[in-house]
Design a protein around this ligand. Structure first.
Ligand code: G3P
Length: 214
């Protein structure tokens, strides 16, 4: 399973990259706005840091505009993936960008049938949001199982990128289902490392090492 980092913060990307946790990056307008910088400038800097795919989101809602924005974003670097919101116009844009060889990631996916349409449109990635489904008392992870099953049934090539990850259990469940990619905040990546018994064990080993003859 690939690990993407869900951030537009270059320092976080550098730190996670140093630890080998960055197979790719996802951004969205909310994350870019936090940087106080232009979308294109942030994406350019991220692409300098990372070899894997970097999702950069369009902000238009009309297919023609989405395609125009997408082509501009795709010029920034070879690893840019154009992120498009799930809607009828978005699916038209995905189809057109795909026929031009541009990679796309359809975001804000909340149902398996939306994901089926995304794959039929020829998207590279689909982003189902598990945390936001959990927030409204729906089981986000069952969406991942459904999408994975449908894609297997019809040998669809779109990769499942589990988004809106809030805690390590989301990562565990995505891995158990066999999702292709998870995109996590840096904080969740760090949480994956820790275990209280590991910390206790390290403290004990260090203590015992003190008693060894010098
Ligand atoms: O990048 C999209 C996604 O991961 C957003 O997560 O926590 O805002 O629902 P969240």
């Amino acid at each position: 399973m690939q690990f993407y980092i869900d951030t537009a913060d270059i320092e976080e990307i550098k730190q996670a990259n140093r630890r080998g946790w960055v197979d790719g990056v996802t951004t969205n307008p909310t994350l870019i706005a936090k940087t106080g910088r232009r979308n294109e400038d942030v994406i350019k800097d991220i692409c300098k840091e990372v070899k894997g795919l970097v999702s950069a989101e369009v902000i238009s809602l009309q297919a023609d505009e989405m395609v125009r924005e997408g082509l501009e974003l795709a010029k920034i670097a070879d690893n840019v993936v154009v992120k498009i919101p799930m809607c009828e116009e978005g699916l038209i844009a995905v189809r057109r960008l795909a026929s031009d060889g541009i990679k796309t990631n359809v975001t804000l996916v909340f149902s398996p049938l939306q994901a089926l349409l995304v794959a039929k449109a020829g998207a590279t990635l689909v982003s189902p949001f598990v945390g936001r489904l959990d927030d409204i008392s729906t089981d986000g992870m069952s969406l991942i199982s459904q999408i994975t099953q449908i894609y297997q049934n019809y040998s669809l090539n779109t990769q499942v990128l589990v988004a809106s990850i809030r805690h390590p259990i989301h990562v565990l469940e995505a891995a158990m289902i066999g999702a292709d990619i998870v995109t996590c905040p840096y904080k969740v990546m760090q949480q994956l490392v820790n275990h209280p018994l590991t910390e206790k064990g390290i403290a004990q080993f260090l203590k015992d090492a003190q008693s060894m003859p010098k």
